[in-house]
Design a protein around this ligand. Structure first.
Ligand code: GLA
Length: 398
């Protein structure tokens, strides 16, 4: 569904669920795609994501009491979910998907931003849940921007929204994630990628000028499975590698090491798996620096090579790809006119991203889809990525 169709469906659902849609406000927060710099953000390295025109919408009306009511067009079977603000104390399986908006409330309260009243909300999104395009961070930042607007918390900046959303994800949901997704979403800028140093949150916007090429997102459509534990394992393995390295050098994160330094010191990491994970983190950080440079100078071929190398490293050293993502990326590499292709996001399914010359897009789609169906047994889906701003309030009168 496109933007207008989604919003029309949300108004209809709001009226049906809550009687009338009078006094509602429409909020939007984007999803994100990471161009390169994967699994570097919790290692103090660099990332290079951008916000997408696809994301999550909330049609909301403030209430006078402390009740929150939710209905999602994407989770219709969950029906209507109600919660009292004062009951939001910890993750609760019964709350299903509304644990995310509740987590945002929790983060605000924990940081002294008092939430005074509840609201009625209809939520809808056009990024598939679990697709690696950060539907969860999108929902967290979206809720944060609703809470900010309804509670006169104008001093909460977008950067702080990102930090609150990460806190929510880590402390309420239980994923030890980095800051990339929340930052990319809260700080998005149309037609720009964000070159972010996760060690100190310094960042630079780099224009994404692709001339005769497009960024295509490739969704594996792999059924979502619980990935949190595998993700947390990788975080733990990197922590272990860092711990070993700290016995021989003075660093606070893997992101501080160059690949040359890593090669000199790597034997200090006793466990072979942890050594491979650290190798990825260090080399991927270097690739991200080079890729941001390359894009800035319009060197798309160089950028594409770095994307491909990133995938190989995520496949072989970090071991977070899998048959679905490998089939997408590796088939894409064989198509003339494909500049680069890789998995994006946490991995284990989800999406890939390819940089493709416009005159090769048709062949690319056909070739990759065919190989995917032959290998995996069901279809992948594809769409052109358009790069958007961060969270907004939509002026529906316009
Ligand atoms: C998930 C996490 C991010 C990041 C990526 C991998 O999207 O939420 O913090 O670690 O995986 O790069």
């Amino acid at each position: 569904m496109d933007d207008r169709e989604i919003r029309a469906a949300m108004h209809a659902a709001f009226t049906e669920q809550y009687g009338s849609d009078e006094g509602t406000v429409m909020f939007f927060a984007p999803g994100r795609v990471n161009l390169i710099g994967e699994h570097t953000d919790y290692n103090g390295g660099h990332v290079f994501p951008c916000a997408l025109t696809r994301g999550t919408y909330a049609l909301v009306r403030q209430r006078e009491d402390r009740t929150i009511r939710y209905y999602s067009l994407n989770q219709k079977t969950s029906g209507f979910i109600t919660k009292e603000l004062d009951q939001i104390t910890a993750y609760n399986a019964d709350d299903q998907w509304t644990n995310y908006p509740n987590a945002a409330v929790y983060a605000f309260e924990k940081h002294g931003h008092h939430i005074k009243t509840g609201y009625d909300a209809v939520i809808a999104g056009n990024i598939p849940v679990g697709s690696g395009l950060s539907s969860s961070a999108s929902l967290l930042v979206l809720t944060g921007s609703v809470l900010r607007a309804f509670n006169q918390l104008d001093d909460v900046t977008n950067q702080e929204l990102a930090l609150l959303a990460r806190f929510a994800e880590q402390k309420y949901i239980g994923l030890n994630c980095g800051i990339m997704d929340q930052f990319a979403i809260a700080m998005g800028k149309k037609d720009h990628a964000i070159f972010l140093d996760t060690a100190d949150l310094s960042y630079k916007y780099v224009p994404v000028v692709l001339d005769d090429a497009s960024l295509i997102i490739m969704n594996t459509n792999k059924p979502r499975e619980l990935q949190e534990s595998k993700y947390n394992d990788r975080v733990q393995e990197c922590t272990q590698a860092l711990h070993d390295l700290q016995k021989v050098c003075n660093i606070t994160s893997l992101g501080e090491l160059s690949s040359v330094q890593f090669e000199e010191l790597k034997d200090a990491i006793t466990d072979e798996t942890c050594r491979k994970r650290a190798k990825h983190a260090v080399y991927e950080n270097e690739r991200t620096l080079l890729a941001a440079e390359a894009l800035q100078h319009g060197e798309l071929e160089e950028f594409g090579k770095l994307m491909n190398a990133s995938h190989v490293s995520l496949r072989d050293d970090y071991e977070v790809s899998g048959i679905e993502l490998d089939t997408l990326a590796e088939t894409a590499w064989t198509v003339p006119g494909v500049i680069g292709a890789r998995m994006t996001g946490a991995g284990f399914g989800g999406c890939g991203v390819a940089l493709v010359r416009n005159d090769a897009v048709e062949t690319f789609l056909h070739t990759v889809q065919k190989a995917y169906v032959d290998t995996v047994g069901y279809e992948a889906s594809f769409f052109r990525a358009e790069i958007a701003d961060g969270p907004i309030v939509i002026d529906e009168a316009a």
